[in-house]
Write a protein that binds this ligand. Structure first.
Ligand code: GDP
Ligand code: IMO
Ligand code: MG
Length: 426
């Protein structure tokens, strides 16, 4: 199989974990290229459910190698916990199976404190509703060129001095602005030191790993986190995450050429969900939204928060297609829509008296649009046992075909349940 990117086309939680786990069978290396443990990717294998936050979703396949790219922000404490949890479930994450780029930035204790303090300090409507994992503050330090990187694990003196320098500024902010106890640099160093020693054997050259694999005709799967509309540039700013989530970042965030990205699979949930704050034009704060929330068990895999739910928004998806250029769509959670009399699809917006087909680009303008809906008949049948396209009820087929026709991208994977087998390939 050719190299491929799997990315979210909406506001995250589209079911990327399941699709990556499925496509891992056809890849040799699986690499995360952005985000951190704000992600929660769920994999259901038989009786067991795994939620992965940092380690690529390919790890359950024991013959595959996983990589954490330079574009990721890595919390060493969480990574060690994740390695231990997998080990307790019979999956050994050895340095032969997991390689961390020396250029990957590290989430430090003060990043988490700042994330929480800043959110707490904001008034109601300004709150982003972050996952509180320190993601934003860590990316800030990366851009400010004062970040600590995984490669520093093997140079403890450097690690100690970088923590000291970073805290010069952080402690003023923590104390003066947020009224918090300043951190002692030596205490922070002592907290990180054992993690550094444990993780040093995992450090490597991710770029070279990818190059070597490709030279040997092996294929690489780039696993996206979050979704296109949480992208720091193209998402609903400021209600976004702090990294580029679009497919193009797979090359910068893993250290490979854009020419290496052959296939791009956009994961699209059959309806829309969002966790945290920010505009959501097709949100249904009523019995329809409740139906999707309950039937789809829409709770955040990282924070446990109830996800906001609404109809499929083809306007934001048109933009996702423009930004990512997917070769394929993986349509997930189609089973959840079963049992509804009618289903709505948002095909355009009304904005400032005009009908528009792409989202307006001004900040927060998505809060001002009015969705234009097309209503289609639903289906009563339980489709979770369907394994071929032909078995699907006519109205489910028509729903899929409408999405293909409007987005002009083939739906080649249809997911009808959380398990590996509950999948239709076309
Ligand atoms: P990710 O962050 O994109 O990997 O998605 P999450 O794991 O956060 O959320 C997706 C949820 O939907 C998980 O609980 C999955 O087990 C579940 N899921 C994935 N695909 C399907 C599907 O086709 N049908 C149903 N009912 N659940 C699914
Ligand atoms: P996966 O990979 C859904 C959201 C948060 C918040 C905003 C900023 O599982 O799809 P952050 O902690 O990143 O600074 O929070 O982004 N968010 C996600 N929403 N799925 C995710 O990841 C998310 N990662 C971050 O809820 O609104
Ligand atoms: Mg998730």
């Amino acid at each position: 199989m050719a190299n491929l990117v799997v990315m979210g086309a909406q506001w995250g939680d589209e079911g990327k974990g399941k699709i990556v786990d499925l496509l891992t069978r056809e890849a040799d290396l699986i690499v995360r290229f952005q985000g951190g443990n704000n992600a929660g990717h769920t994999l259901v294998v038989g009786e067991k459910t795994f939620i992965l936050h940092l380690i690529p979703s390919g790890i359950l396949h024991k013959d595959k190698k996983c990589l954490i790219g330079n574009g990721v922000v890595l919390d060493p404490e969480i990574l060690c916990q994740e390695i231990d949890n997998l080990s307790a479930n019979g999956i050994e994450v050895t340095p032969e199976r997991l390689v961390i780029s020396k250029k990957t930035h590290l989430i430090m204790p003060y990043h988490k404190l700042l994330d929480a303090a800043r959110e707490a300090f904001k008034s109601g409507e300004d709150k982003i509703g972050t996952t509180g994992r320190g993601i934003g503050p860590c990316y800030e330090d990366k851009m400010a060129r004062i970040g600590i990187r995984a490669g520093d694990f093997s140079k403890l003196d450097l690690l100690r001095s970088k923590i000291k320098k970073a805290l010069l500024e952080k402690n003023v902010i923590l104390k003066e602005l947020y009224n918090q106890e300043p951190l002692d640099p030596e205490e922070v160093f002592k907290q990180i030191e054992p993690l550094a020693k444990r993780l040093t054997p995992y450090l490597g050259d991710v770029s070279a790993e990818i190059q070597n694999a490709n030279n040997a005709q092996k294929s690489v799967l780039f696993e996206g986190a979050q979704g296109t509309h949480l992208d720091i540039d193209h998402g609903t700013y400021p209600f976004v995450t702090s990294s580029n989530t679009v497919a193009g970042n797979a090359s910068a965030g893993a250290g490979t050429s854009p020419r290496a990205l052959k296939k791009i699979v956009a994961v699209v949930k059959a309806y829309t969900t969002r966790v945290g704050s920010g505009p959501f034009p097709t949100e249904e704060k009523n019995e329809h939204g409740d139906y999707m929330q309950q039937k789809g068990s829409e709770f955040g895999a990282t924070t446990g928060r109830k996800r906001r739910c609404g109809w499929l928004d083809l306007v934001i998806l048109r933009e996702s297609v423009r930004l990512n250029g997917p070769t394929d769509i993986a349509l997930t959670k189609l089973d959840v829509l079963g049992g509804l009399e009618e289903i709505k699809l948002c095909t355009a917006y009304k904005y400032k008296g005009q009908t528009i087909y792409y989202p307006p680009q001004e900040e927060n303008s998505l809060a001002e649009v009015e969705p234009v809906y097309e209503t289609v008949p639903g289906w009563k049948e339980d489709i979770s046992t369907c394994r071929t396209f032909t078995e699907l009820p006519e109205n489910a087929k028509k729903y899929i075909q409408k999405i293909e026709q409007i987005l002009n991208v083939p739906v080649t994977i249809i997911s009808v349940g959380p398990e590996r087998e509950q999948t239709i390939r076309r």
